[in-house]
Design a protein around this ligand. Structure first.
Ligand code: NAD
Length: 467
């Protein structure tokens, strides 16, 4: 397909994507001052657009301004401020050691920009999942093309407006539209230096295939079924409170939300009672009108989620309204481990609670959904904690908490195996958008002849030096 005639959106055409490469090659994006200025500009623009951001996220997901601040804008601003404060230190080449055979050389590791990066974001936290990676791309000295999710159209449009108002399109641009059309079109015709994708496993797989054909490295931030385990010795009220919050925030449309709960059988009744109490305390008698409760993103997702209601006995919730894309916070018990709700990631406000008789049985259930993005354990025992943490491969997790590890910039956030690979947040975002470039410098004053041919008879010396 010739450049410029592909079905790429109205805002970015293929020649403009190529302009990013030309601009990167000028070296303009590499300097410390330049990067700092862009980060400051982005911070100021986001603050200036706070009202518009709140309105867009209300339109797309019915989020309150408080929730927008805690889970989108505030989190994003914290990442920008962290990058602004740390940029000089992050950019500074780091000294590395030198082995005996290379003395008296010195060694340094430079953090090199990757070049032109492609950031593809999902709809569930549509602002921060598009722009936190962009912070790393800017801090790393790259040019970037950002693809917000078309399923959160108000936020996508606003992101496009903010980017267009701040940056020249040859530096940072935004592409809008149907991802299934424009992403493959772009990736087949333009070679990016890195693709940072957040979204579902099936699309992640096809992005990986597209990238592989051009040897483009990728970061894949995917999903999966993340368990919350409640052991018999856990503080049950605390577990109930934190699971309810972690699950029902954003109406369960959170990649790291507890997907299902496994509870030690003697505590099932108490846990269910406590959880029902907290659902009511947090979202009231009628969550449909709750200030704190989001809507389902669209009717297609609504219909999928509704289909899961029959997979268990409803303990609380179940009320729904297709017109408003509302499904109440719903807890299900007596859920068969092989039912549809236990097959794929739920990604909505339905929470199956399954009891277990032994830890071995619980571990086997978790292993059936291998490589969860997140893992949550409620226990007071350090021994039990160590047993679980050592036994299960998961992206990241919490003990006696849910979701909050995501908000700690000192922890790398990312998946493992099927939930993806690569990580970001804080310095890890900068590392993801730069490459460690090692350089060794060797002085001329010491140049022993042993290093040069002929090597005959030097084996004994080589055996001493090279080991
Ligand atoms: P999605 O995969 O449908 O879409 C994500 C992005 O990919 C969008 O920008 C979309 O336009 C684009 N896209 C869609 N189809 C495409 C295709 N065929 N080829 C190329 N690009 C395409 O994901 P989603 O429904 O927006 O997000 C939900 C999933 O994302 C869940 O599985 C959730 O767990 C996961 N998720 C993961 C994280 C994380 O940080 N690991 C965060 C949020 C969501």
């Amino acid at each position: 397909m010739p450049a410029g005639t592909s079905p790429v959106s109205q805002t970015v055409t293929l020649p403009e994507a190529a302009a990013l490469r030309t601009f990167f090659a000028t070296g303009a994006t590499r300097g410390y001052r330049f990067r700092l200025e862009q980060l400051n500009k982005l911070k100021a623009a986001l603050l200036a657009h706070e009202q518009a951001i709140n309105e867009a996220l209300y339109a797309d997901l019915r989020k309150s301004p408080e929730e927008v601040w805690a889970t989108e804008l505030g989190l994003l601003l914290a990442e920008i401020k962290h990058a602004i404060r740390s940029l000089k230190k992050w950019m500074r080449p780091k000294r590395a050691g030198v082995n005996l055979v290379n003395l008296p050389s010195t060694a340094k590791i430079y953090r090199d920009p990757l070049g032109v990066v492609f950031i593809i974001a999902p709809w569930n936290y549509p602002l921060q999942l598009a722009l936190v990676p962009l912070v790393g791309a800017i801090a790393g000295g790259n040019c970037a093309l950002v693809k917000p999710s078309e399923l959160a159209p108000a936020t996508a449009q606003l992101i496009g407006e903010i980017i267009a108002g701040l940056f020249p399109p040859e530096y940072i641009a935004c592409v809008q539209g149907d991802g299934a059309v424009c992403v493959p079109a772009l990736m087949k015709t333009f070679r990016f230096d890195h693709v940072f994708y957040t979204g579902s496993i099936p699309v992640g797989r096809s992005i990986y295939e597209l990238a592989a054909s051009q040897l483009v490295p990728v970061t894949l931030e995917l999903g999966g079924k993340s368990p919350a385990i409640v052991e018999a010795d856990a503080d049950i009220a605390l577990a109930a409170r934190r699971i309810v919050l972690g699950k029902f925030i954003n109406a369960g449309q959170t990649c790291i939300a507890p997907d299902y709960v496994l509870v030690e059988q003697s505590k099932e009744k108490e846990l269910l009672e406590q959880m029902v109490g907290y659902v009511q305390a947090f979202y009231g008698n009628d969550p449909a009108v709750s200030y704190d409760y989001s809507k389902i993103i669209n009717t297609k997702r609504f219909d999928v989620l509704l289909g899961y209601l029959k997979d268990g006995t409803i303990v609380c919730g179940g009320e729904h309204n297709r017109e408003n894309q509302f499904i109440a916070p719903t807890i299900l018990k007596e859920v068969a481990p092989d039912s549809p709700i236990m097959r794929d990631e739920i990604f909505g406000p339905l929470l199956p609670v399954i009891r277990f008789a032994s830890r071995k049985e619980a571990m086997a259930m978790v292993q059936q959904h291998e490589h969860p993005l997140a893992f949550y354990l409620f226990t007071k025992s350090a021994v039990v904690e160590a047993e679980w943490v050592n036994a299960i491969q998961f992206g990241g997790g919490c003990i006696n908490n849910t979701d909050w590890h995501f908000t700690n910039p000192h922890l790398p956030f990312g998946g493992v195996g099927k939930s993806g690979f690569g990580a970001y947040h804080g310095k890890h975002t900068f590392d993801t958008f730069t490459r460690a470039k090692p350089v060794m410098k060797t002085p001329g004053w010491f140049d022993p002849s042993i290093k040069y041919p002929s090597y005959k008879g030097k084996l004994w010396l080589f055996k001493k030096l090279f080991r």
